[in-house]
Design a protein around this ligand. Structure first.
Ligand SMILES: Nc1ncnc2c1ncn2[C@@H]1O[C@H](COP(=O)(O)OP(=O)(O)OP(=O)(O)O)[C@@H](O)[C@H]1O
Length: 447
């Protein structure tokens, strides 16, 4: 199971160049988060700071009770063992075949003998669908295969935190869809805390539980996917829709006058966005346990989310889940701030924690389908969990939780007749065949 990563007030500069300042966020245990931002906003610098490869001037990165920014070399060495990192190009050694590349961390960092090494390497190669490609050199395979080899290598030390630096860079949309499905499936299998840096809008829309966005040296927003995917914050909206119009210009920032004119042009185009369902795990694999933990966490902080985000959260629930959380039809969601506003606004990044105290600036969206009743009396434990962190693991699927009432299974599988927002990917969609390919039914051919 993954571990929580807590970032508090982190600031990083190179000489006079401030990369970002006062970044605070929590990557909840086992959840998948995505970090977005225009080129050059410091996303890779952020990843390197989490692993302790770069030292921010201020702030903390707390993992397992250790501040990575201020700990001994030996502690840092131990903490780094919790990480698996997939670099943009896979970072494979060009002169080593895939088997030796993937075996490398095991030979360097463990005392396993060669037969044990072989067992782990083959297991991870099978997970990413590379069986049969052991003897190939990185130069002899496609970009997609190199990414998967890099991912297998990132997995060999059984990481609790997985960082992906633009896993989709250089891949076509189909290979990107396969890779996204692989990430979701891996998360279901190992429950590692995942952070993906990407520019790919489809990845941002379908893979993560949480999304963050860096812009103008600030984390402008971070929160549950439903918040950012329905956000009217101009920079978030521009990025997630891949538009020219908005605060982001060719060289990051735009002239204020031009931006105002462009945004005025878009005023007519302001319907409440409907969000695409999140990718579900491939059939035959375990459910993602993070989904249930996240749902408890988000429901405990629901009042602090925008009405649009609340609406999307209700829509994504099954009847059983609505009943469990005491949600009834026909009542408006709690009012919460829109989270749109002028940039930079560091506090907006703490949307789930602080939004409730901010002023609403925009009328609520259209009448919602459903809204929560009072918090269920028998669920105080989740409400007491620290905001932004995962609620306690409620136990195996279907078993009675520690606080003693039956829970619905997480994310029930789609049944015929259910509305499409519950379905995730249908059996005929690409990621399912990706699983066939990546979980051993096909030998590691060229992708
Ligand atoms: N070691 C370093 N020394 C000095 N400047 C650096 C260093 N590493 C990164 N930078 C600078 O930090 C800024 C952010 O770089 P970074 O690679 O993190 O951006 P990014 O958001 O990941 O960009 P992209 O999306 O294009 O990959 C850039 O201006 C870069 O030149």
């Amino acid at each position: 199971m993954g571990v929580e990563v807590r970032v508090e007030g982190l600031s990083k500069s190179f000489g006079a160049q401030t990369i970002w300042r006062d970044v605070s966020l929590t990557l909840p245990t086992g959840e998948i988060s995505v970090l977005l931002g225009p080129s050059g906003t410091g996303k890779s610098v952020f990843l390197k700071s989490l692993v302790g490869l770069l030292k921010p001037e201020q702030g903390k990165v707390v993992i397992d009770g250790v501040d990575v920014c201020d700990c001994s070399e030996s502690k840092l060495y131990e903490i780094r063992k919790l990480f698996g990192v997939l670099f943009q190009d896979g970072a494979l050694f060009g002169s080593m075949n895939l088997y030796d590349n993937i075996a490398f961390p095991l030979r360097e960092h463990t005392r396993k003998n060669e037969s044990e090494v072989r067992q782990v390497v083959m297991e991870k190669m099978e997970m990413v669908g590379l069986i049969g490609a052991e003897s190939k050199l990185p130069g002899e395979i496609s970009g997609g295969m190199r990414k998967r080899a890099g991912l297998a290598r990132a997995l060999v030390l059984d990481p609790e935190i997985l960082l992906f630096d633009e896993p989709d860079s250089g891949l076509d949309p189909v290979r990107t869809a396969y890779l996204n499905q692989l990430i979701v499936d891996l998360n279901a299998q190992i429950d590692a805390t995942c952070l993906i840096v990407t520019h790919d809008i489809n990845t941002a829309r379908t893979v993560p539980d949480n999304i963050g966005m860096l812009f103008r040296r600030n984390l402008v927003m971070y929160g549950p996917r439903e918040v950012l995917l329905t956000s009217r914050e101009p920079v978030v909206e521009q990025f997630l829709n891949g538009r020219r119009q908005g605060p982001i210009g060719m060289s990051e920032e735009k002239d204020a006058g031009q931006m105002a004119a462009e945004l005025a042009e878009l005023e007519g185009d302001k319907g409440v966005p409907d969000i695409i369902p999140q990718l579900d795990v491939s059939p035959g694999l375990p459910e993602r346990t993070a989904v249930r933990r996240r749902q408890d966490r988000v429901m405990a902080n629901l009042h602090s989310l925008t009405p649009e985000a609340q609406q999307q959260i209700f829509k994504s629930m099954s009847d059983q889940e609505r009943e469990h959380y005491g949600i009834r039809a026909g009542v408006a969601p709690a009012q919460a701030p829109s989270m749109s506003g002028s940039l930079p606004q560091g506090d907006v990044a703490r949307v789930p924690q602080q939004a409730a105290s901010q002023q609403a600036t925009r009328p609520a969206g259209p009448a919602p389908q459903a809204a929560p009743q009072q918090a269920p009396q028998n669920r105080p434990q989740q409400n007491q969990a620290p905001q932004g962190s995962a609620a306690p693991n409620p136990g195996p699927q279907g078993s009675a939780p520690a606080h003693g009432h039956a829970r619905p299974s997480p994310r029930p599988r789609p049944r015929s007749g259910e509305p499409p927002f519950q379905s995730g990917f249908q059996p005929d969609d690409e990621p399912v065949s990706a699983r066939r390919r990546w979980f051993g039914r096909r030998k590691g051919g060229e992708q």
